[in-house]
Ligand binder design. Structure first.
Ligand code: MG
Length: 230
């Protein structure tokens, strides 16, 4: 358990910085069952909840590193490129089903506080996902990807970059995150961070893990977030 800093009163937040996947767009649940089956075919005995715990919130390169290590530990050799391309294709085949997290559009549209997106997703994918779900215009131009900074989450770089772009000190920002990795990044940036459980992938115990990672508070959905910020 990390040591908690003092939580800033909600009225004192000067900006809100949102993660994208699993907070704004319901992408983490998409293809989770198919990915679990694919990995099971390759020898991994992981449940959908295990995949969320082990792999959500990472930049592509870090995800690939972690999965490569797991593959090597299991099989004694590195995976070939077909292994990764097959997994990517499994996920992409569900792309047309992508939807906003319930309540996201209305809640974001109603927010008058300056806001930004700080995501691990690559810029081209990030912009595509936000445009397809009608969320991009609500943040434009403050949509930022970890491929614009040196280090991906859990390093604080992308949160610090987003705060700088909107001209608000990190300690005056509230970050909304659904992954342990993302919570650690926002916490390391000196922000108040709230764990968010409104995505379809948040299984039992997820809130407790976000709290253990450093979240000052956990909100279950956009309705609860709106109440907490009012
Ligand atoms: Mg996320």
């Amino acid at each position: 358990m990390v040591k908690k800093s003092i939580v800033v009163a909600t009225s004192e937040f000067e900006a809100v910085i949102f993660d994208c996947d699993g907070v704004l767009v319901d992408s983490e649940i998409l293809g989770l069952d198919a990915s679990t089956a694919y990995l099971r075919d390759h020898g991994f005995d992981w449940s959908p909840a295990d995949l969320v715990r082990l792999f959500t919130g990472f930049r592509d390169d870090v995800f690939a590193e972690r999965l490569t290590k797991a593959y090597r530990d299991l099989h004694g050799v590195d995976p070939n490129t077909d292994f990764f391309s097959g997994l990517v294709e499994t996920r992409r085949s569900r792309r047309h089903l992508l939807a906003p997290v319930p309540g996201a559009r209305a809640a974001i549209a109603a927010m008058r506080t300056p806001k930004a997106v700080a995501s691990s997703s690559r810029t081209e994918f990030l912009v595509g996902k936000m445009k397809r779900t009608g969320l991009y215009d609500l943040f434009d131009p403050h949509v930022y990807s970890a491929d614009q900074v040196a280090h991906g989450k859990p390093a604080p770089d992308i949160f610090l970059y987003a705060a700088e772009k909107i001209g608000v000190a990190p300690e005056q920002c509230l970050a909304i995150e659904d992954s342990e990795n993302g919570v650690k990044a926002a916490y390391a940036a000196g922000m108040t961070v709230w764990g968010f459980l409104g995505g379809g992938h948040c299984f039992e115990g997820h809130g407790a893990r976000l709290t253990a990672a450093g979240a000052h508070k956990v909100v279950k959905d956009f309705k609860a977030l709106g109440v907490a910020l009012s």
